[in-house]
Design a protein around this ligand. Structure first.
Ligand SMILES: [Zn+2]
Length: 89
């Protein structure tokens, strides 16, 4: 099991703190990658995984036979870590 999300957040924080002129006179307190979910695994273990909100648009006929369009968002999870490529168990 990898710890890429936390490690990447720490690397971003360090890089921005030392190199980026925007943060030259500021203290970065925290860097958090969005779209990360805490997953509950077997044996009480947890892991944080990224997911991508995915827009779905579909058409259907309602009971009055009118064509309707609806949109919804579903969260797509990954089988492999997008940072290091290790398979999520
Ligand atoms: Zn990883």
């Amino acid at each position: 099991m990898c710890n890429c999300i936390k490690e990447t957040e720490e690397r971003i924080k360090a890089k921005l703190s030392e190199n980026n002129p925007k943060y030259k006179d500021k203290t970065i307190k925290q860097v958090t990658i969005s779209n990360a979910a805490l997953m509950f695994l077997d044996e009480g273990k947890t892991r944080t995984e990224l997911y991508s909100p995915t827009n779905i648009t579909y058409e259907f006929f309602n009971k009055n036979d009118e064509l309707k369009t609806k949109k919804e968002i579903v969260n797509m999870s990954y089988s492999y870590c997008p940072f290091c490529g290790v398979k999520y168990d």
